[in-house]
Design a protein around this ligand. Structure first.
Ligand SMILES: Cc1ncc(COP(=O)(O)O)c(C=O)c1O
Length: 470
């Protein structure tokens, strides 16, 4: 489709060589013909007015008008009285053949979809974000529009440090906080800093996010090894045997089993880090959504010298904002800052100020309270529906976040349950594919309710209850 320019005409990259000996109008006409034939100017595209183009190229307006008239006569351009000159629809390159239709995306299941990993995008705080951006644009000094500190705006880092101290018991000062493009970038920065410091192997939880973790580790020059998770979280003895000197963990709510890293395991993990001169990378991805009465604080708060904590607004506000942070021991910050500078010169400055304003104004907490209430209601509905229609099945991992683990009866075949449920209009997802170490693994489903409207939960469970009971 031709680009429609609003207001004044578009700029054109044409050059006029006054020393070439060729006539000025000839040069201009030739450049138009070439641009149209070569596809740089598409059929229907609006051209600058003769006055604008003459001004931009230092030509007389009459010369440009003559050029336009000539190209109209040749069929390259069209113009109607009172409207802009345009490239003729039939001129230029033949329309590219449309790409073959992409395979149809799988329709969302008709009754309920228990997909996981995404918050409810309908809850994204559009009004709050728009308010914060408007306030920032209205009140920020001109210097806020300059390049900023690559590790993040000082004010946001102070606000985040205070917030994380208050809510997550993170031991943070602004100097330890690096603002990043989501957890994904934070993780990459940490891996590269560790690799530069001689770490060559990263351990990660199994089951877990093997694909992206291994990909990022390998890209940073590290090997990645899976370490099993049991009912108490990461198996620290197995970690010790792995030979790794860094480990990525989700202690507050293990992804995907939902297990909370037990107190004794926390101590063992930190002891491992001290003994090995190792580093624990804590992914605190959904810590904002806890439903138990005794929320677990961050691991980082227990040993700020050995733990790097990673956070994100992807679950609390929306993934599209691409805002996150890391809290690192001070010795790592210079390397992280250099890397961040080279990578992107710092995260978007106005968005950082908007996030600081949301937190300081209390709107962030207010949004979290609303979202938490909504997710808690869905969680209750899910638990009640399972108790009523698939009684006796174990449901675990409910302390936080927006997914639960349903343990299917022994002998159930995870994939068969998923396939049959799909035929009945219910999206179910299994845990087997999240294991790196080959099974057999007990049949389990991850029941996400972040993006599952509450009114669909009970009908979804009813529709597949007989499959779940085995
Ligand atoms: C385990 C885990 N941690 C963190 C995130 C968030 O990553 P980001 O902040 O880059 O969106 C995700 C995203 O799905 C995730 O699955």
């Amino acid at each position: 489709m031709a680009v429609e320019w609003a207001g004044s005409g578009p700029e054109l990259l044409f050059t006029i060589d006054r020393d070439s000996g060729a006539g000025l109008r000839t040069q201009l006409e030739e450049q138009f013909r070439d641009a149209i034939r070569g596809g740089r100017l598409a059929g229907g595209e609006k051209l600058p007015s003769s006055r604008e183009l003459a001004g931009a190229l230092g030509l007389s307006r009459g010369l440009v008008q003559d050029c336009y008239a000539q190209l109209q006569a040749e069929g390259y351009l069209t113009s109607r009285p009172g409207s802009a000159t345009r490239v003729a629809a039939a001129a230029g390159l033949p329309r590219p053949t449309p790409p073959p239709p992409s395979p149809p995306t799988r329709p969302r299941p008709a009754i309920a979809d228990f997909r996981h990993g995404v918050p409810d995008l309908r809850l994204a705080p559009r009004e709050d974000w728009a308010w914060a951006i408007r306030e920032v644009c209205r009140t920020a000094p001109n210097t806020a529009f300059d390049y900023g500190d690559p590790i993040g705006d000082q004010h946001l880092r102070e606000v985040l440090a205070a917030y994380l101290r208050r809510v997550r018991a993170v031991a943070a000062t602004a100097g330890q906080v690096v603002v990043c493009t989501g957890m994904a970038q934070a993780f990459g920065l940490v891996l590269r800093a560790l690799a530069a410091g001689g770490v060559d192997t990263l351990a990660f939880e199994d089951p877990g996010t093997a694909g992206s973790t291994t990909g990022q580790a390998n890209a940073a020059g590290l090997a990645a090894v899976p370490v099993p998770v049991d009912e108490a979280g990461l198996d620290v003895e197995a970690l010790d045997r792995s030979g790794a000197r860094a480990v990525l963990v989700t202690p507050a709510h293990q992804w995907p089993t939902g297990v909370v890293l037990a107190g004794h395991r926390r101590q063992e993990l930190l002891a491992w880090a001290r003994r090995r001169d190792g580093v624990v990378i804590e992914d605190d991805y959904d810590a904002e959504f806890r439903y138990d009465r005794d929320p677990v604080g961050s691991l980082q708060g227990l040993d700020p010298d050995r733990v790097v904590s990673l956070g994100t607004v992807s679950k609390s506000l929306a993934p599209a904002l691409r805002l996150g942070w890391l809290v690192a021991p001070e010795r790592l910050v210079p390397a992280l800052a250099r890397d961040k500078l080279v990578t992107d010169r710092g995260s978007p400055g106005l968005d950082q100020l908007a996030l600081a304003l949301l937190i300081e104004s209390g709107r962030y907490d207010r949004h979290l309270r609303r979202a938490r209430t909504e997710y808690a209601a869905r969680r209750r509905t899910l638990v009640d529906a399972l108790a009523a229609h698939a009684p006796g099945l174990r449901v675990t991992g409910l302390a936080a976040g927006f997914h639960a683990i349903l343990h299917l009866p022994p002998g159930a075949v995870e994939q068969e349950v998923i396939d049959q449920a799909r035929q009945r209009g219910v999206g179910l997802y299994g845990l087997a594919r999240m294991h790196q170490v080959p099974g057999p693994h007990p049949p389990r489903l991850i029941l996400g309710f972040g993006d599952t409207p509450e009114h669909t939960i009970a009908p979804g469970i009813v529709a597949v209850a007989d499959l779940l009971r085995g």
